[in-house]
Design a protein around this ligand. Structure first.
Ligand SMILES: NC(=O)c1ccc[n+]([C@@H]2O[C@H](COP(=O)([O-])OP(=O)(O)OC[C@H]3O[C@@H](n4cnc5c(N)ncnc54)[C@H](OP(=O)(O)O)[C@@H]3O)[C@@H](O)[C@H]2O)c1
Length: 246
């Protein structure tokens, strides 16, 4: 049966490639993003690829006041909810965030506060219906703070911890929480980064994420090698780690 799927941050390159898998098998998609033009293009493409239903909604997900009505409208349009996929996020400017706490707060707001607000509503809805999967793009950057991106990393560490606690609360109510931790992926977010030609292919990452969400994995690293890499990185003693240039 076609799944009813809500995608928040649907113009994200990773989200788009995950949604292509769902479109191909004829699922119903409700897509939310803040850029109307990009959203219309993504929506039309997913419809062409086979989605049985596509509705789009333009919204800035930083605006927490919008969330309850936005989510209620989405589940009404879909006629229920099987999967909510949260993909929106910003890398931010680490150097600026070191100078200006307001810039740091903006990164934390988009990557942590906004998903917490959305997930609180979605988790309560899913618990009530005793069914649903909540899947969120966190990052390997949240596994250990490092000088080159610790503000972004801490926003992802926060959401990973939140998801762990939420899973512990809702798993017994029939609701799954999937924490997705990509390593570096070739997308617009990483376009300016050195060595990005070696980053993971977004199409493969999207397919692997769709598989992980289908199997309701608790926590998935994509590509899988990042589970081992991050275990090693976490194991480095702080007395040594603080002297590294990472
Ligand atoms: N690429 C990587 O290496 C990587 C690694 C680990 C985790 N991730 C995470 O994966 C997710 C998707 O990133 P991506 O690589 O696919 O990059 P992307 O293509 O740049 O996607 C980021 C998306 O977030 C949207 N967004 C940001 N703030 C928003 C807001 N306030 N309201 C609505 N939408 C908002 C952006 O919309 P606009 O286009 O309108 O700006 C964009 O569609 C992010 O959470 C990112 O942190 C990425």
């Amino acid at each position: 049966m076609a799944k009813k799927i809500l995608v928040l941050g649907a113009t994200s390159s990773i989200a788009e490639h995950t949604a292509r898998v769902w479109a191909k098998r004829g699922d119903s998609l409700y897509l939310v993003a803040r850029n109307a033009e990009k959203l219309a293009t993504v929506g039309a493409d997913l419809k062409t690829r086979g989605a049985s239903f596509v509705e789009t909604k333009v919204a800035d997900l930083d605006d927490l006041d919008l969330h309850p009505q936005l989510l209620a409208e989405a589940v009404t349009a879909l006629g229920g909810l099987d999967i909510a996929y949260l993909a929106h996020g910003v890398l931010g400017d680490q150097a600026e965030a070191e100078r200006d706490a307001i810039a740091a707060e903006a990164i934390l707001h988009t990557n942590f506060v906004s998903p917490v607000s959305l997930l609180t509503w979605l988790a309560n809805f899913c618990v009530k219906q005793k069914h649903g999967t909540l899947a969120v793009l966190s990052s390997v950057a949240g596994d250990r703070g490092r000088k080159s991106n610790y503000v972004y990393g801490s926003s992802k560490a926060g959401i990973s911890a939140f998801l762990g606690g939420l899973r512990n609360r809702v798993d017994r109510e029939g609701v799954s929480v999937v924490t997705i931790k990509p390593g570096p992926v070739k997308t617009p977010m990483t376009a300016g980064m050195e060595g990005n030609e070696k980053f993971a292919d977004v199409s493969t990452v999207g397919k692997n994420i769709a598989r992980a969400i289908d199997s309701r994995r608790d926590e998935v690293y994509v590509p899988g090698k990042w589970r081992i890499i991050m275990a090693i990185v976490r194991a480095v003693p702080e007395s040594i780690f603080k002297k590294t240039n990472t």
